[in-house]
Write a protein that binds this ligand. Structure first.
Ligand code: GLP
Length: 243
């Protein structure tokens, strides 16, 4: 695992954007398959990609993308849905076609079947070239809460109280946060050819220490990155403070 400690969140965002740009350029006309994460951690990197699209002509026209997760019950146009988050923070501002950005459907009538369908669709598309990740304060990646199998596939999960509390800032009240989600599994995520996890701030310091130095454990699902041959962690000094 490569750990990059940066002086500012903006510097970290440029490094993540560099990796995305390299992936897009390497893929050429074949088109890159990007793995997009929600949450506040990747937002600055998305802003940097939007800037490069506008000012430097970086094109995503040939690319496609898969999202990590979605709240059960929220359709793609619901304000707090992850589909909408990705549109507002990236897709609407670049030349990546909306119908080439796929995620699990939170409004699917049968969430269990939807999880299996979505998992298969990632494989059928040839897998993800570069997966962007954040990390929860309890060390989860996507919505793979503590004790998730490190071999898990895309499935229905229940959020912990901690994650509901952490994500309540995006909703009017904590009671509005859905407790069920569809999430790519840890095993699904590990199939991406390259992973980049980004985190900033003291609140992520313990999760980053466990991810980098802790024993491999389903208690902190981000530790699964230790098993990946091409994983990079980009953190600021506060997030790196317990390393
Ligand atoms: C949610 C998402 C994760 C994300 C995490 C951290 O739980 N499912 O993919 O990594 O939040 O979010 P933030 O980057 O806002 O701290």
């Amino acid at each position: 695992m490569e750990v990059v400690i940066v002086g500012s969140p903006e510097e970290g965002a440029r490094i993540v954007a560099d990796m995305v740009e390299e992936t897009v350029r390497e893929a050429g006309e074949r088109g890159a398959t990007l793995g997009l994460a929600t949450g506040s951690s990747p937002v600055l990197a998305y802003r940097e990609l939007i800037r490069r699209h506008r000012e430097e002509g970086l094109s995503f026209a040939a690319s496609r993308a898969f999202m990590l997760d979605e709240y059960v019950g929220l359709g793609p146009d619901f304000p707090q849905s992850y589909h909408r988050f990705i549109r507002e923070n990236l897709v609407d501002h670049v030349d990546l076609a909306d119908d080439r950005v796929l995620g699990p459907r939170g409004d699917a009538p049968d969430p269990v079947a939807e999880a299996a369908r979505y998992d298969a669709s990632i494989r059928e598309a040839g897998g993800v070239d570069l997966q962007i990740l954040g990390v929860g304060t309890d060390g989860h990646i996507a919505f793979n809460e503590p004790t998730s199998s490190l071999a898990s596939r895309t499935r229905l999960k229940t959020l912990t109280r901690q994650t509901v509390a952490d994500n309540a800032r995006f909703f009017d009240s904590p009671a509005d946060v859905p407790v069920h989600v569809l999430t790519q599994g840890v095993g699904t995520i590990l199939e991406a050819r390259r992973l980049v996890l980004t985190a900033t701030g003291e609140a992520k310091a313990e999760a980053i220490a466990q991810t980098v130095e802790g024993p491999l454990s389903a208690r902190w699902t981000a530790t699964a990155l230790q098993m990946h041959p091409a994983a990079t962690i980009v953190v600021d000094e506060a997030a790196a403070s317990r390393l």
